[in-house]
Design a protein around this ligand. Structure first.
Ligand code: PGA
Length: 257
């Protein structure tokens, strides 16, 4: 039976953009104005952590939330340049993207990802753990890859911690690309991801973990991905920096039956 859609999670990953805090304030003001009445789309903005306090200040008192794009593997100490989950939470973040493929490319292993996810959750953040294959072969080897990546990336998480977990399935070959994955493929892979979670934990706990899709999402393809792909939300890169486009995506998600 098809799961009843409660609300879609629409997450904007700004990456290392925009170039100034003034521009960041402009984006957040526009997105806030365009989405603050939405009840069925939960909008989360993940700016560079330097801008977090400003973004959080602007979002205060709204249903929109702020998140970070990474946290460090330790709570604090002599780690020049790093930001901990505890610090992010103290500046108002409630979400943390963990293990994005662009970080995994910089040698972030599953062992590091699971440590970060655990610290994020223990500090009260919802961890959005990113997974996704680099390429799709015809023999289905990517399925074994995904299973291993999910298993290892969640290795430190107990069943209780699943309540603060979101999985973002982002096939690496669709990130920053010209086209998203087809809704049919998103649907199939979403089922597989949920099956792996269910085998690792239990079917009831696994069914409550939101599964998002990310990779070249835009206002044209988002409805089919959400509906036919049956995902619980979207992780959006480029389009999250263009307020009108991001608002259009969130509006479609908000009005989805
Ligand atoms: P994109 O990025 O929407 O620009 O493809 C998605 C992501 O990296 O999360």
């Amino acid at each position: 039976m098809k799961k009843k859609r409660m609300q879609s999670l629409i997450v904007g990953n700004w990456k290392m953009n925009p170039g100034s805090v003034l521009e960041a304030k402009d984006i957040v003001a526009k997105v806030k104005r365009g989405t603050k009445s939405f009840l069925k789309a939960k909008v989360v903005l993940c700016p560079p952590s330097l801008y977090l306090s400003e973004v959080q200040k602007a979002l205060n008192g709204t249903r929109l939330a702020a998140g970070v794009q990474n946290v460090f593997t330790e709570e604090g100490g002599s780690y020049t340049g790093e930001v901990s989950a505890k610090q992010a939470a103290s500046c108002g973040a409630t979400y943390a993207i963990i293990g994005h493929s662009e970080r995994r490319k910089m040698a972030e292993t599953d062992a590091v990802v699971t440590k970060k996810a655990l610290l994020a959750i223990r500090n009260g953040l919802t961890a959005i753990v990113c997974i996704g294959e680099a390429e799709r072969d015809t023999q289905g080897k990517y399925l074994a890859f995904l299973k291993e990546q999910i298993t290892q990336s969640l290795a430190t998480l107990s069943v209780g911690e699943l309540k603060k977990l979101v999985i973002a399935y982002e096939p690496v070959w669709t990130i920053g690309a010209s086209a998203a994955m087809s809704p049919g493929q998103v649907h199939e892979t979403g089922i597989y991801v949920r099956k792996v979670l269910s085998d690792l934990y239990d079917p009831v706990s696994a069914s409550k973990v939101p599964v998002l899709y990310g990779g070249s999402v835009n206002a044209e393809n988002c409805e089919a991905i959400l509906k036919e792909g049956e995902v619980d939300g979207l992780l959006i890169g480029r389009e999250s920096l263009v307020p009108a486009d991001f608002i259009a995506i969130a509006k479609i998600a908000n009005e989805l039956k």
